[in-house]
Design a protein around this ligand. Structure first.
Ligand code: ZN
Length: 240
């Protein structure tokens, strides 16, 4: 990866107002001795605790990137672009957000290419504001010409993945360039309900995807209590 600084970088993404999952991941990060925490966006949307999650991310993350739900929460993305449940949740989120948190979301950058020798972006380095999904190996392979660093960390699909420029998938390859999807803290969609994040160890030139158990039942019950769509609660139990 040839990153200049030696450190353990935790990359978290797609928290989506899931305070239980965020708290569990941050607890794990302390055990992992992460030197820095990077958040790739979608702090809000879908989940019942948008303000609380923004507050924690603001306090604890060193780099924060804007996701499409963060943009949507301050009117930067039209409601029509979200699926029906996402739209209802977005309207709900807009009503909940405090002015200071709305302003925080408004000021987030779309991409960071200057920190740790890594490119950080929510969706895709090709055109960050188009919010394209890197869903397949082919999509990831097409991204390599669109960033100059040796690694590009993304979120957005809620499915963790490590794709190397030599075509290897989910197996970090020393000396290769990589697209790394950190997965989702607050709404995993790979069939595993546990929270997901990526840990990049520049000293040992290694990347791992780490899964963390949290009280899904508690977020499910808070989602229902907030009156958010039932599917947004159910999908957390299933990890879809
Ligand atoms: Zn998301």
């Amino acid at each position: 990866m040839r990153i200049l600084i030696t450190m353990r970088i935790a990359v978290i993404s797609d928290i989506h107002g899931n305070l239980e999952a965020l708290t569990a991941v941050l607890k794990r990060l302390r055990k992992e001795h992460a030197d820095t925490i990077v958040c790739l966006g979608d702090i809000v949307g879908y989940g019942p605790f948008p303000n609380e999650c923004i507050e924690i991310v603001h306090e604890q993350c060193d780099i924060v990137i804007r996701g499409n739900h963060d943009a949507g929460a301050e009117d930067g993305v039209p409601l029509e672009t979200f699926d029906p449940d996402g739209r209802i949740a977005m309207e709900w989120t807009r009503k909940q957000l405090s002015e200071i948190h709305r302003k925080f979301l408004l000021e987030l950058p779309l991409i960071d290419t200057n920190s740790h020798g890594i490119t950080y972006v929510h969706a895709s380095p090709a055109d960050p504001e188009r919010w394209a999904r890197i869903s397949t190996w082919h999509d990831a392979a097409e991204m390599f010409p669109h960033f100059t660093n040796n690694a590009c960390c993304v979120g957005h699909t809620h499915i963790p993945a490590v794709v190397a420029s030599n075509g290897m998938v989910n197996d970090y390859q020393r000396g290769e360039r990589h697209v790394i999807n950190a997965g989702s803290v607050g709404q995993p969609r790979d069939g595993d309900p546990r929270a997901s994040f990526a840990l990049l160890d520049t000293k040992h030139d290694a990347v791992s995807i780490i899964r963390v158990e949290y009280s899904v039942a508690s977020t499910v019950s808070a989602t229902r209590k907030a009156g958010l769509p039932e599917f947004l609660a159910k999908r957390l139990e299933l990890g879809i």
